[in-house]
Write a protein that binds this ligand. Sequence first.
Ligand code: DMJ
Length: 466
Amino acid sequence: MKIKLLPVLFIVLLSELSVGNYAQAKKIFYAAENVQTKMEKKKYAEQVKREFLHAWDGYKKFAWGHDDLNPLSKTFKDWYGTSLFMTPVDAFDTMVLMGLKDEAFGAKELIVKNLSFDKNIFVQNFEITIRLLGGLLSAYELDGDKRFLNLAEDLGKRLLPAFNSKTGMPYVYVNLKTGETKNEINDPAEIGTLMLEFGTLSILSGNPIYYYKAKHAVEELYKRRSAIGLVGTLINVNTGKWVNTKSHIGGMIDSYYEYLLKSYLLFGDKDFKMMYDSSIAAVNKYLADTVSTGFWYGTVDMNTGKRLSTTFGALNAFMPAVLALSGDMQRAEKLQQSCFNMWKTFDIEPEQINYKSMKIISPQYVLRPENIESAYYLYYFTGDDKYLDMGKYYLESIIKFCRTDSAYASLKDVRTKEKADNMQSFFLAETLKYLYLLFAEESTFDFNRMIFNTEAHPLKKFHETK
Ligand code: DMJ
């Protein structure tokens, strides 16, 4: 952060310098810098909190009790025609971390009195697991109200039939009432991003079935990696055959890698460490790409390692956080610099670019958190102020381009800045949470005690891995 020395300290500093007391002057300079940074961080943390309240107020006014707010038409959307309270469940623990007690109480009342999973609807197992199951488990751990856990357990039971394929890898959809399943073509992210939630549910409920099913699915996927150690984009969960062999770290694969590492950190289960270590070695060997625009991870064929495209995007920007969490600071810092450049080049981050030509492939910005999440992890682990500056840039551009009179809106195109009528629940669960944590007191979140699921719901560690 830029140093604007406090006036009093500046005078003291000058007087020390004038009598030649350089050591003392240096001390004063650093003390002043520290105070300045703390004050600025506090100011930004408060601002993020205000922006959160602005978005939440819009939800309350125009979408109360529904899944999502449509911020331009000031209407609402329910994903499956009936509400599963996506936004309040996703936003609850952000309110707790921000110390917004009244808001948290209101959201909790809404959830525990109205949320029911006894519905004849097909839901996407992955989305419901990371947003709702993760949100409810985290709410229970932070708040202690057993009703959150009861809801989580009821949901977990209803999701279990998703794993009833020939391999044990889950189908994409499961019916919450009948247990029927559909869509046997699934991807590594949706197969491998269930462990933190199902594993936590096993520990909190005392029923090992959830841990077993989610871990078995990951192992079935892992054993189908190619001879060079990579996974593809699509796999048939009954035949176990790959349907699309493109390997990358973007959407449809991304959080598979994240959960291999985090499952080890959360549960201390060494099988996950082994799977993470061997997978990330292959990713670093075949996907990593250094070009004139920086250090990136591109797309290759999972069997041959042949480079297929130089595509990177908003979702891929989760990777610096995972690398930092694993201790690989060198790659994490280099990649975060590229992620920041991707954001800055277009004022705000596009969904996908060609990182070689720095040309846009998909122009929308849907209020995604990953770039900010990674800046937060890097600040947490390095203490380097440059990540605070990145955070300021992210926050200011989101306010400038996405704020509406009712809440926040996605952008259809980062070039024209034309807005789109949606505000995904992860904006409240993740984007604003990570921005807040970046500027808040470091003690607000302790990585030694908790791990974020992929939707930024903090879950308690059950094992000491440090
Ligand atoms: C969120 O639902 C999660 O972070 C998921 O892992 C990826 N997509 C969105 C945010 O971009």
